[in-house]
Design a binder for this molecule. Structure first.
Ligand code: AMP
Length: 123
């Protein structure tokens, strides 16, 4: 087993998304990879709204990018796989970072949004 395998990565037993990754809290999981888990957002803001999270616990996108670049890249490619599987060639990816920017869960997560009018438009 290498340091990149899921069993070795840091987790936080008090973290909501770590509990979803571990299967301790139910979620509608739509895609998994060695380093990521994707599940439907409980309060969808678009017809397709999925969260892609690293199995490793890091508080935000920059932290997981520093700690585990492979997992971070896999989050993006996993999001693409989910979008395509659900019939969307066009989609939006969002990392809210910090409470002031709307982050409410401090385990890095990539919002995959597609279909209809998408929130978080930059302009
Ligand atoms: P953020 O506001 O960027 O931190 O995003 C956190 C997201 O997690 C929100 O869109 C919530 O709706 C979503 N969320 C919170 N709890 C759950 C849960 N138990 N299962 C799925 N999504 C959740």
């Amino acid at each position: 087993m290498t340091a990149e395998t899921a069993a070795d990565v840091p987790t936080d037993p008090s973290c909501l998304f770590c509990k979803i990754v571990a299967g301790e809290i139910p979620a509608e999981v739509v895609h998994t990879t060695e380093r990521t888990v994707a599940f439907r957002d409980i309060a969808p803001k678009a017809p397709l709204h999925v969260l892609v999270v690293p199995r490793e616990h890091q508080p935000d996108a920059a932290a997981i990018a520093e700690s585990n670049p492979l997992a971070t890249a896999e989050m993006v490619t996993a999001a693409r796989a989910v979008a395509i599987a659900e019939g969307h060639d066009d989609y939006r990816l969002v990392f809210n970072t910090g409470a002031g920017a709307g982050q409410t869960v401090f385990h890095a997560h990539l919002h995959l949004l597609a279909g209809g009018d998408l929130p978080f438009a930059a302009g």
